[in-house]
Design a protein around this ligand. Structure first.
Ligand code: PLP
Length: 555
């Protein structure tokens, strides 16, 4: 490292128009662009052939289109910014050669070549890097090599099509392009004035997204005739952060109530210690943590045998707390829980929230994108009556981490400015990536992605059942399949470790009501049926190995 002592600033003087540099660079630059165009043509042709062979011509043609876009962007950069040839080469080398062809190429191939899990020892990187930052500038080449040799071995490849762990965290080229523009503008948009397009695009895009998932007018900022709507949306980093904001808003509304009845500030504030928020044992832990962060109590209600929070259980919990003199202020219903993708009794919760005048939030962090498909909308009935609703387009809607969409009904009356809708003052230009995704995929492309993952999940759900050793824990509704090896859950645990060590595919386990289960999350951006078939093959082979290594009696 550090052998090349070139100065990156003087060597790559992009941004300043230096005619001497530009004309000197013109020859190689033109040649490079010409070669790039030929390459793009060749690539499109190759995609066309692969698309025909795999029966997915539309999708692959689309990516060929993206490739061309990137290529033309790089060429456009030459004209727009007067970059020199080295800079263009750097840009194309990073974006096209490395990202697309070295990293993403393995994702395109149906059976990825690189292991999806990393099996290095903790602390590995400290041994490979210098003790302190280099005094002199290093070359891009050296850094790039370190990415390949030192960083890559420690990466868990969430973008691998053989990655089935947690929930998916989709990445897509449109989102990457949007993020690149965001990095280029690099605005800190805390108010309309600090970057008008950032605020305005976000408002419009959250309306687009709301309409895409059928959220209803109550949550939208702008009516069809251009007049202000009653609701509003904002992009937060994560669902955890979105729900913290919701809880703060709910608490604020609750404190305002005694004040409106004549209580003084101090008296109203002092009541906060008695505020209680309702969640279930299947609600994401982030929500429970958020409740504690704002100094209130979470009341964790047992879910029913289908892992759902139901009306009767909520009513019983409320009755208990009222007797204890607690003040109810918030209930969270989940549409697609993390463990099993169960959908709480949202209409029942909405009834109780209305009767008790408490804030009703719907957490659809994972399953939200399914609502872009009309056939899934009935499952989320009741969420139209919520006070707030959030989902993570970064999970299953191709929008690259981080990106959590949050809507408030009558949001405008609660907040005046985007910087008051979030914890940090400054904000990234995140709506760009959503804009790119919604435009370059179109609503139909997003629906295709959702439906393809659900049908892969349904196919997988049927596979283990053929083999009497596997037991599906809950019927598959979206793109998560949950199963265990019966009856010894300990085998399930060993199987997860064994699969992770094997590292051809990646999946995870969890505990649901004392059962150790295995979770398989379908829905990666470029995953195909072949990847799911590999998964089944690996599970079956390693399950046989784990079972034979243990002395358990199977029944
Ligand atoms: N809610 C649900 C239902 C989730 O599945 C998750 C994460 O998987 C979260 C909330 C937390 O999401 P984030 O990591 O964006 O905070």
């Amino acid at each position: 490292m550090g052998s090349d002592k070139r100065n990156p600033i003087s060597d790559y003087p992009g941004g300043l128009i230096d005619f001497t540099e530009s004309s000197r660079a013109a020859g190689p630059m033109l040649l490079y662009c010409f070669m790039g165009a030929i390459d793009a043509y060749y690539q499109s042709f190759a995609y066309w052939i692969i698309g025909t062979m795999t029966n997915r011509p539309q999708m692959l043609a689309r990516y060929a289109g993206f490739y061309k876009e990137i290529q033309s962007m790089a060429m456009g950069a030459v004209v727009a910014w007067q970059l020199d040839a080295k800079h263009v080469k750097l840009l194309t080398q990073v974006i096209i050669n490395w990202m697309l062809y070295v990293y993403y190429k393995c994702k395109y191939s149906e059976l990825n070549q690189i292991p999806s899990a990393s099996n290095i020892e903790p602390g590995y990187l400290y041994k490979l890097l210098l003790y302190e930052a280099p005094e002199e500038p290093e070359s891009f080449e050296d850094i790039k090599n370190d990415i390949s040799n030192k960083i890559m071995p420690g990466i868990t490849h969430w973008q691998s099509s053989n990655f089935f762990g947690y929930f998916q965290c989709n990445s897509s080229f449109p989102a990457m392009l949007g993020d690149m523009y965001s990095a280029m503008f690099n605005t800190i948009s805390f108010s309309w004035k600090s970057s008008p397009a950032t605020t305005e695009l976000e408002t419009i895009i959250l309306d687009w997204l709301g309409r895409l998932i059928g959220l209803g007018k109550r949550f939208l900022s702008i009516d069809k005739d251009g007049t202000a709507g009653v609701g509003g949306g904002i992009i937060q980093e994560t669902a955890s952060e979105a729900q913290l904001i919701v809880l703060v808003a709910a608490r604020k509304r609750m404190v305002a109530h005694p004040k409106s009845q004549g209580a003084g500030d101090e008296e109203a504030e002092s009541m906060q210690g008695k505020f209680v928020a309702y969640v279930s044992d299947q609600t994401h832990t982030a929500t429970k943590k958020d409740v504690k962060v704002i100094g209130c109590k979470p009341h964790i209600i047992n879910s029913d045998s289908n892992f759902r929070l139901i009306k009767a259980m909520l009513e019983a919990a409320i009755a208990e707390d009222k007797k204890a003199g607690l003040i109810l202020f918030f209930v969270c219903g989940t549409s697609g829980t993390t463990n099993t993708t169960a959908i709480d009794d949202l209409p029942g919760i909405a009834d109780v929230a209305k009767a008790e005048n408490i804030w009703f939030h719907v957490d659809a962090a994972y399953a939200g994108p399914a609502l872009s498909c009309p056939e899934f909308r009935p499952l989320a009935a009741g969420s139209e009556r919520a006070d707030s609703f959030n989902f993570n387009p970064y999970k299953w809607m191709l929008a690259n981490f981080d990106c959590s969409a949050l809507w408030f009904k009558e949001g405008a009356s609660l907040f005046k400015n985007y910087c008051n809708w979030e914890i940090p003052l400054g904000r990234r230009f995140r709506s760009l990536k959503l804009w790119f995704v919604m435009r370059m995929y179109g609503a139909s492309g997003i629906r295709n992605h959702i439906r393809a993952s659900v049908s892969q999940a349904k196919w997988l759900e049927e596979q283990p059942l053929i083999d009497g050793r596997f037991e599906i824990m809950v019927p598959t509704v979206f793109s998560l399949v949950v199963f265990r090896i019966k009856p010894q859950t300990i085998v399930g645990n060993s199987l997860v470790s064994c699969i992770q060590e094997d590292s051809r595919v990646f999946l995870g386990g969890t505990k649901i009501k004392d059962n150790n289960v295995i979770r398989v999350a379908l829905g990666s951006t470029y995953g195909t049926q072949k990847n799911v078939e590999l998964l089944v093959q690996v599970i079956k082979r390693l399950a046989a190995k784990v079972i034979s290594e243990n002395t358990f009696d199977l029944e």
